[in-house]
Design a binder for this molecule. Sequence first.
Ligand code: NAI
Length: 436
Amino acid sequence: MSTKRVRKFYGADIPDGEIIKVVDAQASETTRPIIPFIDGDGIGPEISDATRRIIDAAVRKCYGDKRGIVWLPAYAGDAAVAKFGTALPDETLELLEYFSVAMKGPLGTPTGGGMRSLNVTMRQHFDWYACVRPIRYFRGIVSVVKRPQDLDIVIFRENTEDVYAGVEFEAGTPAALEFIALAKKHGHSIREDSGIGIKPISRFASRRLVRAAIAFAVENNRKVVTLVHKGNIQKYTEGAFLKWGLELAAEEFGDVIVSEEDLWKVHGGKLPEGKILLNHRIADATFYELLCKPKQFSVIATTNLNGDYISDDASGPGGGLGIAPGSNIGSRSAMFEATHGTAPDIAGKGIANPCSLTLSGVMMLEFIGWDEAAVSVTRAIEKTLRSKTATGDLARFMKKGNQVGTSDFADAVIANMVKPRAATVRAAIEGRKAGK
Ligand code: NAI
Protein backbone atom coordinates (compact mmCIF):
# COMPACT_ATOMS: atom_id res chain seq x y z
CA MET A 1 0.00 0.00 0.00
CA SER A 2 1.52 3.35 -1.00
CA THR A 3 1.29 6.34 1.28
CA LYS A 4 -1.23 8.88 0.11
CA ARG A 5 0.38 11.83 1.85
CA VAL A 6 -2.75 12.20 3.96
CA ARG A 7 -0.71 12.51 7.10
CA LYS A 8 2.07 14.81 8.19
CA PHE A 9 4.40 14.06 11.06
CA TYR A 10 6.49 16.73 12.74
CA GLY A 11 5.08 19.19 10.21
CA ALA A 12 6.45 17.33 7.18
CA ASP A 13 4.88 15.09 4.56
CA ILE A 14 5.66 11.44 4.99
CA PRO A 15 8.05 10.14 2.33
CA ASP A 16 6.99 7.90 -0.53
CA GLY A 17 6.89 4.30 0.53
CA GLU A 18 4.63 1.58 1.88
CA ILE A 19 3.05 1.16 5.27
CA ILE A 20 3.58 -2.25 6.83
CA LYS A 21 0.45 -3.69 8.40
CA VAL A 22 0.86 -6.04 11.33
CA VAL A 23 -1.94 -8.48 12.08
CA ASP A 24 -1.51 -11.16 14.75
CA ALA A 25 2.19 -10.31 14.94
CA GLN A 26 2.63 -11.00 11.19
CA ALA A 27 3.85 -8.25 8.87
CA SER A 28 2.33 -7.62 5.45
CA GLU A 29 4.54 -7.94 2.37
CA THR A 30 6.21 -4.77 1.13
CA THR A 31 9.05 -3.83 -1.17
CA ARG A 32 9.60 -0.22 -0.06
CA PRO A 33 8.45 -0.04 3.57
CA ILE A 34 8.69 3.14 5.62
CA ILE A 35 10.38 2.27 8.90
CA PRO A 36 10.59 4.91 11.64
CA PHE A 37 13.91 4.99 13.47
CA ILE A 38 14.47 6.59 16.87
CA ASP A 39 18.23 7.08 17.12
CA GLY A 40 18.12 7.35 20.91
CA ASP A 41 20.46 8.85 23.47
CA GLY A 42 24.14 8.35 24.35
CA ILE A 43 25.70 5.97 21.83
CA GLY A 44 22.30 5.74 20.05
CA PRO A 45 23.05 8.04 17.09
CA GLU A 46 26.45 6.39 16.43
CA ILE A 47 25.15 2.82 16.36
CA SER A 48 21.93 3.83 14.55
CA ASP A 49 23.88 5.35 11.69
CA ALA A 50 26.10 2.26 11.41
CA THR A 51 23.06 -0.02 11.55
CA ARG A 52 21.20 1.77 8.78
CA ARG A 53 24.28 1.75 6.56
CA ILE A 54 24.80 -2.00 7.06
CA ILE A 55 21.14 -2.87 6.49
CA ASP A 56 20.88 -0.65 3.41
CA ALA A 57 24.00 -2.26 1.95
CA ALA A 58 22.58 -5.75 2.48
CA VAL A 59 19.25 -4.81 0.93
CA ARG A 60 21.06 -3.36 -2.10
CA LYS A 61 23.25 -6.46 -2.39
CA CYS A 62 20.29 -8.80 -2.22
CA TYR A 63 17.58 -6.98 -4.16
CA GLY A 64 19.29 -4.24 -6.18
CA ASP A 65 16.75 -1.44 -6.57
CA LYS A 66 13.76 -3.80 -6.44
CA ARG A 67 13.47 -3.25 -2.70
CA GLY A 68 14.58 -0.60 -0.27
CA ILE A 69 13.81 0.64 3.22
CA VAL A 70 12.64 4.23 3.61
CA TRP A 71 13.96 5.22 7.03
CA LEU A 72 11.89 7.88 8.75
CA PRO A 73 13.46 9.77 11.67
CA ALA A 74 11.29 9.62 14.79
CA TYR A 75 11.97 11.50 17.99
CA ALA A 76 12.19 10.43 21.63
CA GLY A 77 14.62 11.14 24.45
CA ASP A 78 17.18 13.94 24.32
CA ALA A 79 16.61 14.69 20.61
CA ALA A 80 12.87 15.11 21.24
CA VAL A 81 13.49 17.38 24.22
CA ALA A 82 15.77 19.55 22.09
CA LYS A 83 13.29 19.72 19.21
CA PHE A 84 9.88 19.66 20.91
CA GLY A 85 10.54 20.30 24.60
CA THR A 86 9.28 16.88 25.65
CA ALA A 87 10.96 13.47 25.77
CA LEU A 88 8.10 11.53 24.20
CA PRO A 89 5.90 13.72 21.97
CA ASP A 90 2.37 12.45 21.26
CA GLU A 91 3.23 12.68 17.59
CA THR A 92 5.96 10.08 18.02
CA LEU A 93 3.43 7.68 19.52
CA GLU A 94 1.03 8.42 16.65
CA LEU A 95 3.78 7.90 14.10
CA LEU A 96 4.82 4.56 15.59
CA GLU A 97 1.19 3.46 15.59
CA TYR A 98 0.77 4.56 11.97
CA PHE A 99 3.76 2.62 10.63
CA SER A 100 3.57 -0.49 12.91
CA VAL A 101 7.22 -1.62 12.55
CA ALA A 102 10.04 0.55 13.85
CA MET A 103 13.57 0.52 15.23
CA LYS A 104 15.19 2.41 18.05
CA GLY A 105 18.47 3.00 19.77
CA PRO A 106 18.65 3.12 23.59
CA LEU A 107 16.95 5.83 25.63
CA GLY A 108 18.24 7.04 28.99
CA THR A 109 16.21 6.83 32.17
CA PRO A 110 17.07 8.68 35.40
CA THR A 111 17.60 6.49 38.48
CA GLY A 112 15.88 7.07 41.83
CA GLY A 113 13.42 9.70 40.60
CA GLY A 114 12.65 11.85 37.57
CA MET A 115 10.68 10.80 34.53
CA ARG A 116 9.44 7.29 33.97
CA SER A 117 11.31 5.08 31.49
CA LEU A 118 10.34 5.96 27.92
CA ASN A 119 11.01 2.37 26.90
CA VAL A 120 8.58 1.03 29.47
CA THR A 121 6.02 3.70 28.58
CA MET A 122 6.15 2.73 24.89
CA ARG A 123 6.04 -1.00 25.59
CA GLN A 124 2.89 -0.52 27.63
CA HIS A 125 1.31 2.03 25.30
CA PHE A 126 1.63 -0.30 22.29
CA ASP A 127 1.14 -3.47 24.27
CA TRP A 128 4.41 -4.93 22.96
CA TYR A 129 3.89 -7.76 25.33
CA ALA A 130 6.77 -10.05 24.35
CA CYS A 131 10.35 -8.89 24.55
CA VAL A 132 12.12 -11.47 22.40
CA ARG A 133 15.88 -11.73 22.78
CA PRO A 134 17.89 -14.38 20.95
CA ILE A 135 21.34 -15.07 22.34
CA ARG A 136 23.96 -17.05 20.43
CA TYR A 137 27.71 -17.12 20.01
CA PHE A 138 29.63 -15.61 17.09
CA ARG A 139 32.93 -17.26 16.30
CA GLY A 140 35.92 -15.02 16.78
CA ILE A 141 34.63 -13.51 20.02
CA VAL A 142 36.80 -14.40 23.00
CA SER A 143 34.49 -15.62 25.70
CA VAL A 144 34.75 -15.79 29.45
CA VAL A 145 33.54 -19.41 29.27
CA LYS A 146 35.10 -22.41 27.54
CA ARG A 147 32.21 -23.41 25.30
CA PRO A 148 30.22 -20.25 24.52
CA GLN A 149 28.69 -21.98 21.49
CA ASP A 150 26.66 -24.17 23.87
CA LEU A 151 24.42 -21.25 24.73
CA ASP A 152 21.85 -20.69 21.99
CA ILE A 153 18.63 -19.47 23.48
CA VAL A 154 15.68 -17.21 22.81
CA ILE A 155 14.32 -15.36 25.82
CA PHE A 156 10.65 -14.36 25.93
CA ARG A 157 10.36 -11.68 28.59
CA GLU A 158 6.88 -10.46 29.60
CA ASN A 159 7.02 -6.79 28.76
CA THR A 160 3.97 -5.04 30.18
CA GLU A 161 3.65 -5.69 33.89
CA ASP A 162 5.57 -6.87 36.97
CA VAL A 163 7.48 -4.14 38.86
CA TYR A 164 7.77 -2.33 35.53
CA ALA A 165 4.10 -1.40 35.80
CA GLY A 166 5.45 1.65 37.61
CA VAL A 167 3.14 1.48 40.62
CA GLU A 168 5.48 2.93 43.21
CA PHE A 169 5.05 5.21 46.18
CA GLU A 170 7.86 7.21 47.73
CA ALA A 171 8.57 6.61 51.42
CA GLY A 172 6.58 8.91 53.71
CA THR A 173 3.97 9.93 51.14
CA PRO A 174 0.29 9.57 52.05
CA ALA A 175 -0.13 6.80 49.45
CA ALA A 176 2.83 4.82 50.84
CA LEU A 177 1.46 5.20 54.38
CA GLU A 178 -1.98 4.12 53.20
CA PHE A 179 -0.51 0.95 51.69
CA ILE A 180 1.44 0.28 54.89
CA ALA A 181 -1.77 0.67 56.89
CA LEU A 182 -3.60 -1.65 54.50
CA ALA A 183 -0.84 -4.26 54.82
CA LYS A 184 -1.08 -3.97 58.61
CA LYS A 185 -4.83 -4.52 58.45
CA HIS A 186 -4.07 -7.78 56.61
CA GLY A 187 -1.53 -8.88 59.18
CA HIS A 188 1.71 -7.68 57.54
CA SER A 189 4.16 -5.42 59.27
CA ILE A 190 6.04 -2.93 57.08
CA ARG A 191 8.36 -0.23 58.42
CA GLU A 192 6.74 3.23 58.31
CA ASP A 193 9.68 4.70 56.40
CA SER A 194 9.43 2.23 53.54
CA GLY A 195 8.99 3.04 49.89
CA ILE A 196 6.35 0.82 48.32
CA GLY A 197 6.41 -0.89 44.92
CA ILE A 198 3.62 -3.04 43.55
CA LYS A 199 4.24 -6.10 41.41
CA PRO A 200 1.15 -6.98 39.38
CA ILE A 201 1.29 -10.27 37.43
CA SER A 202 -1.91 -11.21 35.66
CA ARG A 203 -3.23 -14.51 34.38
CA PHE A 204 -3.95 -12.87 31.02
CA ALA A 205 -0.44 -11.53 30.43
CA SER A 206 1.27 -14.66 31.77
CA ARG A 207 -0.76 -16.92 29.50
CA ARG A 208 -0.21 -14.89 26.36
CA LEU A 209 3.55 -14.66 26.95
CA VAL A 210 3.86 -18.40 27.54
CA ARG A 211 1.64 -19.03 24.51
CA ALA A 212 3.99 -16.92 22.34
CA ALA A 213 7.06 -18.75 23.66
CA ILE A 214 5.68 -22.24 23.09
CA ALA A 215 4.28 -21.28 19.68
CA PHE A 216 7.74 -19.99 18.76
CA ALA A 217 9.31 -23.27 19.90
CA VAL A 218 6.81 -25.27 17.83
CA GLU A 219 7.32 -23.09 14.78
CA ASN A 220 11.10 -23.12 15.07
CA ASN A 221 11.58 -26.74 16.01
CA ARG A 222 13.10 -25.91 19.38
CA LYS A 223 12.98 -28.74 21.86
CA VAL A 224 12.81 -27.16 25.30
CA VAL A 225 10.75 -24.34 26.80
CA THR A 226 11.69 -23.35 30.33
CA LEU A 227 9.41 -21.22 32.50
CA VAL A 228 11.64 -19.17 34.79
CA HIS A 229 10.16 -17.72 37.96
CA LYS A 230 10.79 -16.88 41.60
CA GLY A 231 7.59 -18.50 42.78
CA ASN A 232 9.11 -20.06 45.87
CA ILE A 233 9.21 -16.59 47.41
CA GLN A 234 6.68 -14.52 45.46
CA LYS A 235 3.93 -17.10 45.42
CA TYR A 236 1.01 -15.11 44.06
CA THR A 237 2.92 -13.29 41.35
CA GLU A 238 5.91 -15.34 40.17
CA GLY A 239 4.36 -18.58 41.42
CA ALA A 240 1.12 -17.69 39.69
CA PHE A 241 3.02 -17.00 36.45
CA LEU A 242 4.30 -20.58 36.60
CA LYS A 243 0.88 -22.00 37.48
CA TRP A 244 -0.86 -20.10 34.69
CA GLY A 245 1.89 -20.92 32.21
CA LEU A 246 1.63 -24.66 32.92
CA GLU A 247 -2.15 -24.45 32.76
CA LEU A 248 -2.02 -22.69 29.37
CA ALA A 249 0.50 -25.19 28.03
CA ALA A 250 -1.68 -28.13 29.01
CA GLU A 251 -4.80 -26.53 27.53
CA GLU A 252 -3.37 -25.34 24.22
CA PHE A 253 -0.26 -27.42 23.58
CA GLY A 254 -1.15 -30.63 25.40
CA ASP A 255 -0.42 -32.73 22.31
CA VAL A 256 3.09 -31.29 21.90
CA ILE A 257 4.56 -30.78 25.34
CA VAL A 258 6.08 -33.27 27.71
CA SER A 259 6.65 -32.36 31.35
CA GLU A 260 10.02 -32.99 33.00
CA GLU A 261 8.36 -35.56 35.25
CA ASP A 262 6.90 -37.48 32.29
CA LEU A 263 10.17 -37.21 30.40
CA TRP A 264 11.72 -39.47 33.01
CA LYS A 265 8.74 -41.46 34.28
CA VAL A 266 7.11 -42.21 30.93
CA HIS A 267 9.82 -41.71 28.30
CA GLY A 268 12.94 -42.89 30.10
CA GLY A 269 14.67 -39.53 29.73
CA LYS A 270 14.42 -39.45 25.91
CA LEU A 271 12.21 -36.77 24.42
CA PRO A 272 9.90 -38.37 21.83
CA GLU A 273 10.20 -37.14 18.23
CA GLY A 274 8.11 -34.04 17.55
CA LYS A 275 7.64 -33.18 21.24
CA ILE A 276 8.80 -30.24 23.32
CA LEU A 277 10.00 -30.51 26.89
CA LEU A 278 8.24 -27.93 29.06
CA ASN A 279 10.14 -27.54 32.32
CA HIS A 280 10.58 -24.80 34.89
CA ARG A 281 13.40 -23.34 36.93
CA ILE A 282 13.71 -20.91 39.79
CA ALA A 283 15.33 -17.68 38.62
CA ASP A 284 18.44 -17.77 40.81
CA ALA A 285 19.30 -21.32 39.75
CA THR A 286 18.79 -20.28 36.15
CA PHE A 287 21.59 -17.72 36.38
CA TYR A 288 23.96 -20.44 37.51
CA GLU A 289 22.75 -23.02 35.00
CA LEU A 290 22.95 -20.62 32.07
CA LEU A 291 26.66 -20.35 32.77
CA CYS A 292 27.41 -23.92 33.77
CA LYS A 293 24.85 -26.06 31.92
CA PRO A 294 23.79 -23.86 29.01
CA LYS A 295 22.86 -26.70 26.66
CA GLN A 296 19.74 -27.54 28.63
CA PHE A 297 18.09 -24.25 27.61
CA SER A 298 16.54 -23.34 24.30
CA VAL A 299 13.52 -21.08 24.85
CA ILE A 300 12.99 -19.25 28.15
CA ALA A 301 9.67 -17.67 29.09
CA THR A 302 9.76 -15.44 32.12
CA THR A 303 8.41 -12.41 33.91
CA ASN A 304 9.59 -8.88 33.21
CA LEU A 305 12.28 -8.28 35.84
CA ASN A 306 13.71 -11.81 35.61
CA GLY A 307 13.82 -11.41 31.85
CA ASP A 308 15.70 -8.13 32.10
CA TYR A 309 18.35 -9.62 34.38
CA ILE A 310 18.62 -12.91 32.51
CA SER A 311 19.04 -11.22 29.10
CA ASP A 312 22.08 -9.25 30.24
CA ASP A 313 23.47 -12.20 32.17
CA ALA A 314 23.09 -14.61 29.25
CA SER A 315 24.67 -12.16 26.83
CA GLY A 316 27.97 -12.36 28.77
CA PRO A 317 29.42 -15.64 27.41
CA GLY A 318 28.71 -14.59 23.82
CA GLY A 319 30.49 -11.25 24.08
CA GLY A 320 28.20 -9.13 26.21
CA LEU A 321 25.75 -6.33 25.75
CA GLY A 322 27.29 -4.95 22.59
CA ILE A 323 26.11 -7.90 20.56
CA ALA A 324 22.82 -9.21 21.99
CA PRO A 325 19.79 -8.05 19.96
CA GLY A 326 16.16 -7.68 20.91
CA SER A 327 12.63 -6.95 19.80
CA ASN A 328 9.36 -5.93 21.39
CA ILE A 329 6.48 -7.72 19.73
CA GLY A 330 2.78 -6.95 20.03
CA SER A 331 -0.09 -8.30 17.98
CA ARG A 332 -0.42 -5.09 15.94
CA SER A 333 3.08 -3.57 15.96
CA ALA A 334 6.69 -4.29 16.76
CA MET A 335 9.80 -2.39 17.82
CA PHE A 336 13.32 -3.67 17.25
CA GLU A 337 15.95 -2.38 19.66
CA ALA A 338 19.29 -3.23 21.23
CA THR A 339 19.34 -4.98 24.60
CA HIS A 340 21.85 -2.55 26.06
CA GLY A 341 21.39 1.03 27.25
CA THR A 342 22.88 4.38 26.27
CA ALA A 343 26.41 3.48 27.50
CA PRO A 344 27.14 7.02 28.77
CA ASP A 345 30.72 6.02 29.60
CA ILE A 346 31.60 5.64 25.90
CA ALA A 347 29.01 7.91 24.24
CA GLY A 348 30.27 10.34 21.60
CA LYS A 349 33.61 8.54 21.22
CA GLY A 350 32.71 6.58 18.10
CA ILE A 351 33.79 3.30 19.70
CA ALA A 352 30.47 1.60 20.56
CA ASN A 353 29.67 -1.79 19.11
CA PRO A 354 26.75 -1.47 16.70
CA CYS A 355 26.12 -5.24 16.50
CA SER A 356 23.33 -5.39 19.08
CA LEU A 357 21.27 -2.83 17.19
CA THR A 358 22.27 -4.18 13.77
CA LEU A 359 21.28 -7.71 14.78
CA SER A 360 17.99 -6.27 16.07
CA GLY A 361 17.71 -4.96 12.51
CA VAL A 362 18.26 -8.52 11.31
CA MET A 363 15.29 -9.55 13.44
CA MET A 364 13.33 -6.74 11.82
CA LEU A 365 14.31 -8.00 8.34
CA GLU A 366 13.17 -11.49 9.29
CA PHE A 367 9.94 -10.06 10.67
CA ILE A 368 9.13 -8.38 7.35
CA GLY A 369 10.15 -11.50 5.43
CA TRP A 370 13.42 -10.23 3.92
CA ASP A 371 15.40 -13.32 4.83
CA GLU A 372 18.09 -12.87 2.17
CA ALA A 373 19.09 -9.48 3.57
CA ALA A 374 18.91 -10.83 7.13
CA VAL A 375 21.28 -13.66 6.24
CA SER A 376 23.54 -11.28 4.33
CA VAL A 377 23.99 -9.04 7.39
CA THR A 378 24.48 -11.94 9.78
CA ARG A 379 27.07 -13.62 7.56
CA ALA A 380 28.96 -10.36 7.09
CA ILE A 381 29.08 -9.77 10.85
CA GLU A 382 30.22 -13.37 11.37
CA LYS A 383 32.98 -12.97 8.79
CA THR A 384 34.13 -9.66 10.25
CA LEU A 385 34.34 -11.01 13.79
CA ARG A 386 36.03 -14.21 12.61
CA SER A 387 38.69 -12.06 10.97
CA LYS A 388 39.20 -10.43 14.40
CA THR A 389 38.01 -7.01 13.34
CA ALA A 390 35.81 -5.66 16.09
CA THR A 391 35.04 -2.67 18.28
CA GLY A 392 36.98 -2.28 21.52
CA ASP A 393 34.54 -4.16 23.76
CA LEU A 394 35.37 -7.36 21.83
CA ALA A 395 38.72 -6.65 20.13
CA ARG A 396 40.58 -6.03 23.37
CA PHE A 397 40.17 -9.70 24.32
CA MET A 398 41.18 -11.04 20.89
CA LYS A 399 44.75 -12.13 20.27
CA LYS A 400 46.04 -9.61 17.70
CA GLY A 401 42.53 -8.19 17.36
CA ASN A 402 42.04 -5.36 14.90
CA GLN A 403 40.28 -2.76 17.07
CA VAL A 404 38.19 -0.32 15.04
CA GLY A 405 35.60 2.36 15.76
CA THR A 406 31.86 2.07 15.16
CA SER A 407 31.89 3.53 11.68
CA ASP A 408 34.96 1.58 10.50
CA PHE A 409 33.40 -1.59 11.86
CA ALA A 410 30.29 -0.88 9.77
CA ASP A 411 32.55 -0.37 6.72
CA ALA A 412 34.29 -3.68 7.39
CA VAL A 413 30.95 -5.49 7.68
CA ILE A 414 29.78 -3.92 4.42
CA ALA A 415 33.03 -4.91 2.70
CA ASN A 416 32.49 -8.51 3.82
CA MET A 417 28.92 -8.60 2.55
CA VAL A 418 27.76 -10.89 -0.22
CA LYS A 419 24.39 -11.82 -1.64
CA PRO A 420 23.74 -15.23 -0.11
CA ARG A 421 22.79 -18.13 -2.37
CA ALA A 422 19.25 -19.46 -2.06
CA ALA A 423 20.56 -22.66 -0.49
CA THR A 424 22.50 -20.62 2.12
CA VAL A 425 19.35 -18.68 3.00
CA ARG A 426 17.36 -21.90 3.31
CA ALA A 427 20.07 -23.47 5.44
CA ALA A 428 20.25 -20.36 7.64
CA ILE A 429 16.49 -20.40 8.18
CA GLU A 430 16.57 -24.12 9.00
CA GLY A 431 19.56 -23.56 11.27
CA ARG A 432 17.75 -20.71 13.01
CA LYS A 433 14.77 -22.97 13.43
CA ALA A 434 16.82 -25.79 14.85
CA GLY A 435 18.56 -23.41 17.21
CA LYS A 436 21.91 -23.87 15.49
P1 NAI B 1 24.36 0.16 29.45
O1 NAI B 1 23.81 -1.03 28.76
O2 NAI B 1 24.15 1.47 28.77
O3 NAI B 1 25.93 -0.03 29.69
C1 NAI B 1 26.45 -1.07 30.49
C2 NAI B 1 27.91 -1.34 30.08
O4 NAI B 1 27.92 -1.96 28.78
C3 NAI B 1 28.73 -0.06 29.96
O5 NAI B 1 30.04 -0.34 30.36
C4 NAI B 1 28.73 0.23 28.47
O6 NAI B 1 29.84 0.93 28.00
C5 NAI B 1 28.67 -1.17 27.87
N1 NAI B 1 27.96 -1.18 26.59
C6 NAI B 1 26.62 -1.07 26.40
N2 NAI B 1 26.34 -1.06 25.10
C7 NAI B 1 27.52 -1.16 24.45
C8 NAI B 1 27.88 -1.20 23.08
N3 NAI B 1 26.96 -1.14 22.10
N4 NAI B 1 29.19 -1.28 22.76
C9 NAI B 1 30.11 -1.35 23.71
N5 NAI B 1 29.84 -1.33 25.03
C10 NAI B 1 28.55 -1.22 25.39
O7 NAI B 1 23.71 0.18 30.88
P2 NAI B 1 23.69 1.34 31.98
O8 NAI B 1 24.96 2.08 31.99
O9 NAI B 1 23.24 0.67 33.20
O10 NAI B 1 22.51 2.31 31.54
C11 NAI B 1 22.70 3.56 30.89
C12 NAI B 1 21.35 4.14 30.54
O11 NAI B 1 20.70 3.34 29.55
C13 NAI B 1 20.37 4.25 31.73
O12 NAI B 1 19.73 5.48 31.65
C14 NAI B 1 19.39 3.11 31.46
O13 NAI B 1 18.12 3.38 32.00
C15 NAI B 1 19.34 3.11 29.95
N6 NAI B 1 18.91 1.82 29.37
C16 NAI B 1 18.13 1.89 28.25
C17 NAI B 1 17.73 0.75 27.61
C18 NAI B 1 16.89 0.86 26.38
O14 NAI B 1 16.74 1.96 25.84
N7 NAI B 1 16.31 -0.20 25.90
C19 NAI B 1 18.11 -0.59 28.10
C20 NAI B 1 19.01 -0.54 29.25
C21 NAI B 1 19.37 0.62 29.86
